[in-house]
Design a binder for this molecule. Structure first.
Ligand SMILES: *[C@@H]1O[C@H](CO)[C@@H](O)[C@H](O)[C@H]1NC(C)=O
Ligand SMILES: *[C@@H]1O[C@H](CO)[C@@H](O)[C@H](O)[C@H]1NC(C)=O
Ligand SMILES: *[C@@H]1O[C@H](CO)[C@@H](O)[C@H](O)[C@H]1NC(C)=O
Length: 524
């Protein structure tokens, strides 16, 4: 009975996905043929298998095991159990006709103790299987080398990103990735969101290593005004040195390309006062250009140098020469647009008047009215025009660079997702992607050279400090049974891209039968 009901429900979902497809204004043919449509994930958020096959302990293993750090005290020990279910998960992508997939490599699966220990071959075998299975399905791998999870060993030894030694460790890790996977991986992203890491780990102190100081937070160590500048500097130089290595030893032979990705919110002035309008520029500079000006032009924005003086680290002449131009494309993770309020000319609380914040506050509300529909993440609102605007900004500030949207996605507010049927019937997520894709098309018609669009995320997963309470997936994951179910949005993408998801879900047993068995390649 329950099964019949589920099948009926899925059929209704499928039919509504069809009708969405009919009255929508966005088509696959609005994008170039070779455009990449993919989903995005990261190792710690989906893999689980945290002590298996020689994987070492990461900063997130340690942190998530401290009670009180993660919602419901959850951890990524199991997460989506992707470590054992990756073949099924690749089927999910394939059923939606996605032609690309962005994932990250768990540093401690490859190097359990960074460069202070051996290479773990079993980790390399795992990623070889993923890459080979993707390619078998015609799915292009986009590989993030480092996405938040790093060896605990490096935190303990020298404070990871607070030390310039981390540059050497990162390059050591990147080299192994290029050597082992670069024959098949043609799209690399060195580091995920250094600007988010500085904010969450070293300003607010809510990600490991939980460094901060008042008024930003209440940590046992840290300095929210200074440490973010040092951490960013080390991350940028680690990126630049890895790109230098790739270009001098691998790129010619392997023929791939490489970049980095930053989180790029868009901003609009809270009022039409010129000070709030100027604060929009500062917000973009102090959050986004902080990452990309050095990488494109070889130095930090002059506005930041003026404010921070010698507190902002400097690049030596040699460093400048390797960081400048150290990218083949600009990647951006875009989720929201926020209002900016100037704090240079009028007082603000909570650190908005600090240099590290660019002397401004951001908010999602003007006179209690939100800038767009609220989502399941505090301060993320649905503002589709923001994607066009941030792409325009990138195109104008950094002309002649291809652009990839490496993350864009929607999490449903808990109040909208009361039952499983509500969560799966995610019409708001469908509209989110339709409207953001339409906005992306406008940016491309303005002249932006956009090469790909990646949905965050393939499936519900461990959303860092939100644990499993925030669901971004196109596929629903039952965290008790670990079964995956397509949401309406998965059906929508399948129908948008010409996939065959209907067949996959009509007989859900296909998934179980095929679990980890369809790949025919052998590994030793
Ligand atoms: C998480 O752990 C802390 C400390 O042991 C405890 O006080 C809290 O109630 C736990 N929270 C949940 C949701 O279990
Ligand atoms: C900061 O932490 C201390 C000690 O744990 C506590 O007494 C204080 O209330 C906290 N302050 C804030 C603003 O959270
Ligand atoms: C899905 O939700 C929409 C409203 O957002 C509603 O009109 C529709 O009937 C729902 N479909 C199913 C199958 O529950």
């Amino acid at each position: 009975m329950a099964l019949i009901k589920t099948l009926q429900f899925l059929l209704i979902l499928f039919l509504s996905a069809q009708s969405f497809a009919q009255d929508e204004e966005i088509k696959r043919s609005d994008f170039p043929n070779h455009f990449f449509f993919g989903t995005s994930t990261s190792s710690y958020q989906i893999e689980g298998g945290f002590v298996e096959d020689g994987r070492g302990k990461s900063n997130w293993d340690v942190f998530s095991h401290i009670p009180g750090k993660i919602k419901d005290n959850d951890t990524g020990d199991v997460a989506d159990d992707h470590y054992h279910r990756f073949t099924e998960d690749i089927e999910l992508m394939s059923s939606m006709a996605m032609n690309a997939y962005r994932f990250s490599i768990s540093w401690t699966r490859i190097l359990p103790k960074g460069r202070f220990g051996d290479v773990n071959r079993r980790g390399i075998i795992f990623y070889n299987k993923i890459i080979d299975n993707l390619l078998l399905k015609g799915i292009e791998p986009f590989v993030t080398i480092h996405h938040h999870d790093l060896p605990d060993e490096l935190d303990k030894r020298y404070g990871s990103w607070m030390s310039s030694q981390m540059q050497e460790d990162f390059v050591y890790f990147a080299k192994i990735c290029f050597e082992e996977f670069g024959d098949r991986v043609k799209h690399w992203i060195t580091i995920n969101e250094p600007n988010l890491v500085t904010l969450m780990a070293y300003i607010r102190g809510v990600y490991p290593p939980a460094h901060c100081s008042p008024p930003f937070g209440n940590c046992s160590a840290g300095n929210s005004d200074i440490e973010p500048l040092i951490v960013m500097h080390n991350m940028l130089l680690a990126h630049a040195k890895a790109v230098f290595l790739y270009r001098t030893h691998f790129q010619k032979k392997q023929g791939g390309s490489i970049g980095i990705t930053a989180v790029g919110h868009m901003y609009e002035p809270l009022t039409n006062h010129e000070f709030d309008i100027e604060a929009v520029d500062r917000a973009l500079i102090f959050n986004f250009a902080w990452v990309y000006d050095p990488i494109v032009y070889g130095d930090y924005p002059k506005e930041m140098r003026e404010v921070f003086g010698s507190q902002l680290p400097s690049f030596s002449k040699t460093e400048k020469s390797i960081i400048k131009g150290s990218l083949d494309y600009i990647c951006v993770n875009h989720y929201t647009t926020l209002y900016t309020k100037d704090c240079l000319h009028s007082p603000c609380s909570n650190g908005g008047d600090r240099p590290i914040k660019g002397f401004l506050d951001t908010t999602g509300y003007r006179d209690s009215v939100s800038i767009g529909d609220p989502t399941g993440v505090d301060r993320f609102f649905v503002v589709p025009r923001g994607l066009e605007k941030i792409i325009n900004y990138i195109r104008q500030r950094y002309p002649n660079n291809p652009i990839v949207v490496t993350e864009n996605g929607y999490s449903m507010p808990p109040s909208d997702g009361k039952t499983l049927e509500d969560i799966i019937n995610d019409t708001k997520r469908v509209n989110f992607h339709k409207n953001y894709l339409a906005s992306l098309v406008r940016a491309m018609r303005n002249g932006a050279d956009v090469r790909g669009y990646f949905v965050w995320s393939l499936m519900d997963n461990f959303e860092w400090i939100d644990g499993f309470t925030t669901r971004f997936g196109l596929w629903y994951v039952d965290f008790q049974t670990l079964e995956r179910h397509p949401k309406l949005s998965a059906h929508w993408f399948a129908s948008f891209l010409g996939g065959n998801l209907h067949q996959l879900t009509k007989s859900s047993s296909i998934i179980d039968k095929k679990k980890n068995t369809f790949h025919s390649l052998t590994y030793d």
